[in-house]
Structures are given as C-alpha cells and as structure tokens.
Design a protein around this ligand. Structure first.
Ligand code: EZ4
Ligand code: CO
Length: 397
C-alpha cells in the first residue's frame, strides 16, 4: 500500500479548522486535524510545503517510522506548528490503518477500558445569575461535571467568560487585574456550591495568569469548595514553579494544553507535581505521541484530561475519544461541542449523550470531510485576544 496524494483543507464554518487528507493507491483515505488557533496558515504551509512532498510513495502502515522521521528528520524539534503538522499525519495514518483493519481505532489501541467517556462542559457568566443560568443549561444538556469561569468586577472583558474571538480583525484587548481576580473567585465558588450542592464536580481554568505563590494562595482559598481541578494555574514553562503550588494546596492540578512534547512535562510528571495532563492529540504530535505521554503519566498515578475546546476540529476530537475509551488512566474529556454547520462539514460517528461521549463503531476514527461545504466556507483571519493590565502592560492569559 502506498500514499499517492495528500492535501490540506483550511475551512471556516464559524471558526478556522485545518485538515489533512491522505489518499492511498487502494482508495482508502485518512483524515488528520492540524488546527492551531490563531496560527492556522503556518501549519497549513508546514504541511503543504514541507511534509506532503515527503509522504508520496511511502507505506501508510508505517506509523511509528513516519512519526520518527518527521520529528527527527526535520532537525528542528518540537514547537506547536511542527507538532500539529506531525499530529495531522499521524492521525490520518491511524485512520487509514483502522479502516483497512475494518475496526474503530480504539480496537487497535487495545480495545475499550470503559463503556463511555465522561466529559465536562463550560459554564460562564459575568455575574452570579448569568453563571447559574449557564450551569443549569449545561446540566440540562446532560453534563455531569462543569468548568466555572466568571467575570471580575471592574474588568470589561475576561477570556473564557464571553466569546471575544474577533474574525477579520486584529486581536481584541482584554483587561486583567490579578488582585481583583484573587479576591473575587473564592466567593463565586462558595455561591456555586451553595446553589448546586456538594456533589457536582467543578473545575476552573486560570489560563496561566498567576505566579506560583499567587496560584498557591488561590488553591488554598478554593479548598473548601472541593474542586475537581485547578487548570493552568501558572505558566508551566517553569516546571519547578508547580512544586511551590503543590506544597501549599491539596486542590488537584491540571496542566499542559499548550505543551507539545513529553519533555515539557518531564519534571511535572516524574515529581508528581500535577494530577491531570491536558494535552490533545492535535497539538501533541498525534495518537502515537499522546499514548506515550499517558503511559508515562500512568506510572506516576496521573490521569488524562484531553483538551477539547471548539478550536480542535471534530477530527482531532474523535481521535482523542478513541484514546479515552482505550487507556486505563483516563480521567475526563473536555467537550465544548460544535455548531450544526461544523458537524455538517465534519460528519462524525462519535456521539454525546447524558454527559458522555462514545467514538462510535465506524472503522477508522469515524469522521468524514464534506469538501464542497468546507470549500464554501474559506479561511477567515482570526486572532486570540491579548490581555493588558490597567497601565497597558501585556499580561499572561
Ligand atoms: O483557551 O483552546 O481549556 N480550554 C482552554 C481553551 C483555550 C483555547 C485556545 O485556543 O483553555 O479554551
Ligand atoms: Co484551558
């Protein structure tokens, strides 16, 4: 079997997605997701200009060898653009292999370790009434675990609270004030606990905004509200910083959605400084690499928590759900859901019901690409927002 063609499709059915389609001489095709929010065309070019020419004539069954040759052969290792491109190739090849086997991908990953995949959804509000409404809406959709993001008094726009992705424009500027945030958030969690009771698993995403000592304080302050986890509490390029957080709080810690290789986690995992690894198939070099990360994490009793925002396409989401079903140290899967138009561009076998995902039984990863519809919704320039303090200084997210 040989790869005879590969092409990149960039589509924007409401937001941008980058998809790689690999075709073989036997007519079997595979899809991979290479979406990197705000930097989509860099990955598209990396694939089209530098990777596709290497794939022609190669054996699609040699997944590990292809991964290693793309990773080591480039000489320039790691980085989000490179690893998203490798991920797209890797997932497309797993898709092809599973289709040839006539099995859903999870069967090739060892078969299912559970019947269905537990998820969490997003609730947010600028004030408590809006936040409570948002939590109720998620509960009505079936979600059993909920991420809570809140507006902060005095700040006009806070990321994660309302959609601030501006298409066709330069980045939106959002406000940040760490003191106001640290003073406000514990009271919000107290109110949510009082309203929804002690059993509902609650999560919170800090988006890398705090220093380790600030994160340690927040973790301590939130202990009475029994969080499922506190996410990305400090920028973890400084992995040692998490030790300080860890020494001060028993609030579980999740981290890693912006990481792209296992090396980014080395200290965090070996010293058990976190409880959940947040990487996605799409941003971590594919199923091949993410499986290795999860096995490494398992040795240190750390669980999976695959990143599942709207900006990972249904192709990348599906690949992750197959992994979720198969691995033993599964923790939880983030699932933001998709618009109807996105579901039409990417018809998929995975299903969401009663707060659980299932990858379906279609051979491969179970996702198709409606190329006509994709082409009808071309790339649109879009950026993530930028955060600034009151004096104008750029701040971490
Ligand atoms: O901000 O994927 O946990 N989820 C998140 C996401 C990220 C976006 C950035 O592109 O933090 O919403
Ligand atoms: Co996050």
């Amino acid at each position: 079997m040989k790869i005879v063609a590969a092409k990149v499709v960039v589509t924007s059915p409401g937001r941008n997605f980058v998809t790689l389609k690999i075709e073989t001489d036997e007519g079997v095709t595979g899809l991979g997701d290479a979406t990197l929010n705000g930097r989509e065309l860099a990955v598209a070019s990396y694939l089209t200009d530098h990777v596709v020419p290497l794939l022609h004539g190669t054996d699609p069954h040699r997944i590990e060898d292809t991964w290693q040759s793309l990773y080591r052969g480039a000489y320039w290792r790691r980085g989000p653009v490179t690893m998203a491109a490798i991920a797209a190739v890797d997932v497309a090849l797993w898709d092809i292999k599973a289709k040839v086997a006539g099995l859903p991908l999870y069967q090739l990953l060892g078969g299912k370790s559970r019947d269905r995949v537990r998820t969490y959804g997003h609730a947010h509000g600028n004030d408590l009434p809006h936040l409570f409404d948002s939590v109720r809406a998620r509960l009505a959709q079936g979600y059993k675990s909920i991420r809570i993001q809140t507006g902060i008094p005095g700040l006009r726009k806070v990321y994660g609270v309302r959609s601030t992705l501006d298409q066709g424009n330069l980045p939106v500027v959002e406000d940040w004030d760490t003191g106001a945030y640290l003073r406000h958030v514990p009271g919000v969690f107290e109110a949510v606990r009082n309203e929804f009771g002690p059993e509902l698993p609650l999560l919170h995403d800090v988006h890398h905004r705090l220093t380790p000592i600030q994160a340690a304080k927040l973790g301590k302050d939130l202990e009475p509200y029994d969080l499922y986890w506190l996410e990305d509490c400090t920028p973890a390029e400084n992995q040692d910083g998490l030790r300080l957080v860890r020494q001060h709080t028993t609030t579980p810690l999740a981290l890693g959605e912006v990481f792209n290789t296992v090396f980014d986690y080395q200290t965090l995992i070996q010293q058990q400084l976190i409880d959940y690894v947040r990487s996605s198939v799409t941003h971590f070099g594919g199923v091949t690499a993410l499986r290795k990360l999860f096995d490494f994490a398992a040795v240190h009793q750390i669980k999976s928590a695959i990143h599942g925002p709207e900006d990972i396409s249904p192709v990348g989401m599906a690949a992750g759900i197959h992994l979720d079903l198969a691995i033993h140290n599964f923790g939880i899967q983030e699932y933001a859901g998709y618009t109807d138009l996105t579901n039409e561009v990417f018809p998929h076998a995975f299903t969401f019901s009663d707060g659980y995902l299932h990858p379906g039984e279609t051979p491969g990863i179970g996702v198709e690409l409606n190329e006509e519809l994709a082409t009808a919704h071309p790339y649109t320039q879009a950026y993530l927002p930028v955060n600034r303090l009151h004096d104008g200084t750029v701040h971490d997210w």
